[in-house]
Design a binder for this molecule. Sequence first.
Ligand code: 5GP
Length: 180
Amino acid sequence: MLAGPTAVGKGTVSADLRARYPHIWLSVSATTRDPRPGEIDGVHYRFLGPEAFAGAVAAGEFLEWAVVHGRNSYGTLRAPVEEKLAAGEPVVLEIDLQGARQVRAAMPEARFVFLAPPSWDELVRRLVGRGTEGPEERERRLATAKVELAAAAEFDHVIVNDDVQRATDELVRVIHGEDG
Ligand code: 5GP
């Protein structure tokens, strides 16, 4: 389970994981937010409308779900995760803090990894540099990030994302239980 504040590079680490460690299955979350340029339905997210998302919630299809940044809903569909786990395949969920807490309650044996920025200033720099959010959305995300950073101690491992490939390699060692 990989969590961490906005713009810390969870998406970049996930992409690196997908590219270099294809045997590790990365769960595709459902979301009500609109796709960003380049994002593909079914690959980066399942883009659901609010009604379809609410339907899946009502049907109990989510392992966890949350409203993130006070705006859109995001959730992990239960069936594909359970399928992979039953087959003995490693699974990575990239989710927010609220979702991590729900999974911790449902699957206490899961490992919880927090991806941290090298510093607060660097986090702000990455969020601004990404340029995908307007000033209002940026402020909203930074407010969430403050809360999330304060919760790092709840996690089993904290990985500092100073270098993407190094962080990914560390994550893989944790997944394979080679972290001591
Ligand atoms: P973004 O909109 O930048 O892709 O993602 C925003 C936030 O949603 C990130 O912090 C990410 O971890 C979180 N998120 C993505 N997928 C899920 C999910 O399936 N469940 C939960 N709880 N959070 C998610």
